[in-house]
Write a protein that binds this ligand. Structure first.
Ligand code: FE2
Length: 242
């Protein structure tokens, strides 16, 4: 059954789970940073390093937005998830992808924790999907696949923007589906991993990704990302991976 979890439900569920864990003397989920040994203790659960400086995407995305997004939102998902796994040894030793897919396979994965795992996974895609002086036109195999799927880059770009402007969308992806490249959208707590698509690039369209810089103009944010930041080299590298 396809998940239909909206952001309000996620926040409500996550807040409830956080309170429950704190009340039962669980791991400190409000820690600013993961424990020093968190990366080594759960080395299969990783938070991607920011591949550039905090201010490197400015002026398209400000240093303030990157700092808040990476150090508060993204790191918060990592801290929560590793804290939960610390209290549940049966889930240790798995990658993030394995945990997400195992949940779909019927294990009793706490719903809020599943949502944090999806958010960590999606954000791990977001930062390398951008780069300073990115954007422009793709080159190489990705260009050919886009043209084969959409007829032209402009038609593909239009599809990306249309997906970004749908109501309730949380993420816009560029995915590989066999020999096709597709613009794909997922709701707030969803990921193409669960649909069998291979992610190539991710654009976070939660409001925290753009509101400080663009207020409510999501279209301008996505247009700017496509024009100035999207990392086609990363997409090309992901195409080559099995
Ligand atoms: Fe985000």
């Amino acid at each position: 059954m396809e998940r239909q979890v909206n952001r309000r439900d996620f926040i409500k569920t996550a807040a409830g789970a956080t309170a429950a864990l704190v009340l039962t003397s669980g791991p400190n989920l409000f820690a600013e940073k993961p424990k020093a040994d968190a990366q080594s203790e759960f080395k299969k659960i990783t938070m991607v390093d920011l591949p550039y400086g905090m201010g490197a995407l400015a002026p398209s995305i400000s240093e303030r937005t990157v700092n808040l997004h990476y150090n508060k939102h993204h790191k918060g998902y990592f801290t929560y998830l590793t804290g939960w796994i610390n209290a549940h040894p049966e889930y240790q030793g798995h990658t993030l992808e394995e945990l997400i897919l195992k949940n779909e396979g019927g294990i009793q994965f706490d719903e809020a924790v599943f949502q944090y795992a999806v958010m960590l996974y999606n954000h791990n895609w977001y930062w390398p999907s951008l780069r300073p002086a990115g954007g422009g036109l793709p080159k190489g195999k990705i260009e050919k696949m886009i043209n084969a799927s959409y007829g032209s880059f402009n038609a593909f770009r239009k599809a990306v923007l249309e997906n970004a402007m749908e109501f309730g969308v949380g993420w816009v992806w560029i995915v590989q589906d066999g020999e096709a490249v597709k613009a794909y959208r997922s709701e707030y707590i969803d990921t193409p991993l669960l649909k069998g698509f291979k992610p190539l690039l991710a654009i976070d369209v939660w409001e925290h990704a753009y509101y400080l810089d663009y207020e409510n103009d999501r279209q301008k944010y996505v247009e700017t990302v496509m024009a100035n930041l999207i990392n086609w080299n990363f997409a090309e590298a992901n195409l080559a991976k099995k």
